[in-house]
Design a protein around this ligand. Sequence first.
Ligand code: ZN
Ligand code: MN
Length: 481
Amino acid sequence: MQDKYYTTIGLEIHVELKTNSKMFCGCKNDPAGESTPNGASSDTYKPNTNICPVCMAHPGTLPVANKKAIESVIKVGLALGGTIADFSEFDRKNYFYPDIPKAYQISQYKYPIVSGGHLNGVDITRVHLEEDTATSSHSSEGSLVDFNRAGVPLMELVTEPCIHDTDTLSNFAHELQTLLRYLDVSDANMEKGQMRVEVNISVSKDKDTLGVPVEVKNIASFRSAVKAALYEQKRMIDLIEEGKIGEIVKETRGWDDSKQKTFSQRTKENAEDYRYFPDPDLPKMYLHKAFDIEKMRAELPELPNAKRARYKNDYGIKDEDIESYIDDMELSKWFENVAGILKDKSKIQTASNYITSDYLGLQKSNKEVRLPKFENFVELINMVSDGVLSSRGAKDILAMIVITDESPMKIATEKDLIQKNDEGALKEIAQKIIDQNPTVVATYKGGKENALMSLVGQIMKETKGSANPALVQKILKELLA
Ligand code: ZN
Ligand code: MN
């Protein structure tokens, strides 16, 4: 049934920028109270501590724009391949709400800092800068307003309505989050509200006409963004199928994660309802005069796609391995050091297998797990590659060195895990096992080749797993030939 309909999605993404001070005053930019001695928690968090007359909207105060925040938006624009405006300005977006007692939000309307750009096949319309609101909480006793977040620099990115499936939606949002972290302009943590995704979605019967769009807010994770889009898609298609297309109205809806559904919040204002006009308290911005844009472009850090290409080219490792490094900068730095010492591509892939499956698995299950010193890890990989250590033995030793960070050779020697490649010694043990198992030997000689594995198993047990299994098989076949 969904095949009969055409779904169109655009995104509006708000991102709290990582600056020292707020957007228009000198207050500390710390909306979650993370600089309190024990980090953010309900016990230590103190509302209304990072505040001043400017961000509390006292009359007669004057805003001063934060240069670092403007610079951050320019960097994002350059990384997205967008156009950095020659001229830009701040506007007042007029509306009253208890969390915005100035009765306007300083935002940007006609002249955003960035226009255009692309990421992961999604076209960007614009990126502009504004201020975050205060936060309010409601209880039976009344409502409380906390101004710690009021005036925090907030970047808003708007995409074109060019997304038609939820895979594209979540890939784009995830890639943007990674990009923001590489640019070091935001930690973009969705649970902490540092990155907030709004989904604009419409459904129509043909490609050429867009349906009535609905905006969904209150989305706290990429998974919820996808669920909210799928929920709205189905809700709107059902209404059309039931002949109730008139009930689809332009509105803002919220996502209720506990109920897994959207609910109507308010019918959507039009831009003209906000009576935007240029803020007379802030100077106009001539960005190409105020900033050396070309120098900033040249100084951008390596971005995720460039890093993917470099890893593919220099190390030749699997794509899914590369993604593990793209998402974890500490791990990727460490891996680059390891790869630089190993040099050989097949050894590098072996190393990467132990890192992405074994190490990351260990890290998930135990908080004490740490990346070992490069030399210890490299020694381990060389021991496996040289056949000194079985892969079983290597996994066991890796589990130890991520806690103790000792030399794998030392551990292997102490625990007698060095793989026995001494053919003479292994032959003796093999003969002993053959003599002890006449029935198994008869079965094998009768044509059941699998019976050999039972003998291999016993030899491995006898040698505490230190025998080279391939060599053991070869010796057994020779002795039983
Ligand atoms: Zn302030
Ligand atoms: Mn906004």
